[in-house]
Design a protein around this ligand. Sequence first.
Ligand code: KG4
Ligand code: ZN
Length: 351
Amino acid sequence: MQRLLILETTCDETAAAVVTDELEVLASVVASQDELHKKYGGVVPEIASRAHVERILPVIDETLRRASIKPTDLDAVAVANTPGLAGSLVVGVAAAKALCLALDIPLIAVNHLQAHIYACRLAAGRDVFPCLGLIVSGGHSSLYHCRTPLEFDLLGGTIDDAAGEAFDKVASLLGLPFPGGPALDRAAQQGNPKAFDLPRPLLDDPSRLDFSFSGLKTALRYRLCKPGENMPAQPLAPELVSDLAASFTAAVIDCLWGKTALALRKTGLKTLCVGGGVAANSALRARLQVERERAGIELFIPPMRLCTDNAVMGAIAVERLKAGLFESLDLDAFPGLLRPASQKESHQQTQ
Ligand code: KG4
Ligand code: ZN
């Protein structure tokens, strides 16, 4: 049996996990930074980076302790090196490289978005490939043709804000607390999704598998703010907040499902895997279950704890371990999304 230590520091969670080559999770630790970013109403990259520096070693120690193993019991270290915040990514990458150097064990690169899809594989307990992958996170909203755990082809993505980013910005406009996504989800559960007629950008264009969410936020702002102002002058009544939250959520979900259905038709794929923080959204989960039945597809959505950022999903590294796809110790962090070309031809991650 081989044991992998997996590190995840792409945004504002410092996370580590120990997973075996049989995908058994021996330990998982996630140190959230929500408290640090709360007063700014969003993730501050510099604060995130510094917090990762302070937390990465205690998080690794705690993970190994919970797994009841020593560093010398590890067979490889994997780290998410793309995409994410530059100052956050480099902390995980540096820690992983230092461990590999000290222990003389292989280094494995993890693509954070692919890992979000792999969370479905872990939750299913069986193979889910080939599948259509819908990733809805704070930084990305993308559709992938996931041929194998090592071959992901980008089909489309957002041309402006990511779904999670839109949830967070609208939550702030509505005066809801940080982190915005879960707060907006709760508010929407009390509201009427038909109360406001909001746009569904790009939904009627069958030639594109892309999303656009920034106009939705602007449409809401026009309804709530005076011209030239960014925030409503008065706090909004709770019923109004709930109706706006529910109407906004319904618009986002219509766009997400519309393009997902189009991608399923275009690719002929019969399996859908959904990953990323927004996959925790209760209305999206409910809608996908309804559509699954109608469309006659197989649907995988991870449990909540595997939707938001965690290191366990980085177990996609086991697939690279088995294929012998290791990195040299000059592995870099790539903040931007890697080009759609799958990583099958080369294990060297280039931009
Ligand atoms: O995947 P993730 O943890 O981090 C990134 O890779 O970005 O996603 C975080 C995003 C945030 O924008 C957060 O507001 C959103 O996921 N989110 C939600 C919910 N839970 C988290 N959005 C809508 N409803 C939720 N229940
Ligand atoms: Zn993520």
